[in-house]
Design a protein around this ligand. Sequence first.
Ligand code: PMP
Length: 445
Amino acid sequence: MNHDESRALYDRALSVMPGGVNSSVRATQPYPFFIERGDGAHVVDADGNRYLDYVLGYGPLLYGHDMPEPVRAAVQSHASEGPMYGAPTEVEVKHAEFVSRHVPSVEMIRFVNSGTEATVSAVRLARAYTGRDKIVIMQGGYHGAQESTLVEGEPGDVHPSTRGIPESFAEHTIPVPFNDFEAVRDVFETHGDDIAAVLTEPILGNKGIVMPVDGYLEHLRNLTEDHDALLVFDEVITGFRVGGLQCAQGKFGITPDVTTFGKIIGGGFPVGAIGGKSEIIEQFTPSGNVFQSGTFSGHPVTIAAGYEYLKYAAENDVYDHVNRLGEKLRRGITDIVEDQAPNYTVVGTDSMFKTVFTREGPADLDGCCPAGCKQRESCPRYDYCPKNGADVAKADTERWKRIFWQEMKEQGVFLTVNQFESQFVSYAHTDEDIEETLEAYKEAL
Ligand code: PMP
């Protein structure tokens, strides 16, 4: 493949943007390929190379790169009639009504502009509502570039995970291992009266894909209830991706107090949202006194796209299609891995998938099965599925990034470059695309 144009653009970018990119994961080695346009399930780069796309903008593009006609029409009319006003619009009401009709935990919603902004606001809200400061999060979880959750360590020894964050922020955050019933119970026994919320992704989507084991989310629900703390699900990835329009909370049958959204809820435009029980969400200004505000919040183009996106999914076979292809891909990769690379593990559910390159072999990954995952009966490797961030962290990240990812790219398949970040299937993908991808996996492995 020729990459001359991308290389030239990268050289220019490096002198005007840090690392040549506007989000760090995009700086692939030796240089990123610059995208010229999308086309269904494909992207085309500046040199005219076509790639089957499983990155899909890191999750928002449920339909791939072609908007369904009602989405396109709504986006175009809102863009040409505005694009924004700093005053409310009808489409915001329609979208809020739609989401609260479908997502079990949502009675009210506040739209913001990114997943990060949603989790920042949710943490502020939980602290204000409970009058407490501490937040319990999961090791290996990700909630965007926010001060309270960019931490690492064990309870009692927690530090910011990047420069630029004062140590004092980390004092109020308690990271525990996902799926560890004891660890979170111990934390509540010690700090129960000071904990405002447990904030977790229902499925870890940024550290491999780690499913909750049976009963774990219920355990979190019970503990938070017993201690008058809030349960906050970060559904920025899983929202309208896993469990269809009911999201992961519907799939697992656990109703959190507050849910954060991003990605799909904005139909491919910048978005975030915080939903939940009215009595909690109404604490936001102006109905309450927890300050929350934003110039672009509820942007008509974004909200129209998001609303039409979800409406289209409600009226068409979207989730059946993406989930069927997701399963076909996971099963196919599992067969290849069994045959060619038995130390690797295929993870995921619905239309999410990833291959985790666990280097040390399965022996020390004791007995985890991805709860609710359809591979449970059929996958001979389900015992080896990682069950927390630390299990996934054993993966051979260099092998993924430097060899496997590059090899797949050269074969025209665009995967997420980080070993730990999820990949997705869209409505634009076809059975033939999946077969082509499996051939590429065979070659690359
Ligand atoms: N929460 C989760 C679970 C995420 O995966 C992400 C981003 N991938 C965020 C929050 C932050 O969202 P954004 O990048 O839109 O700020």
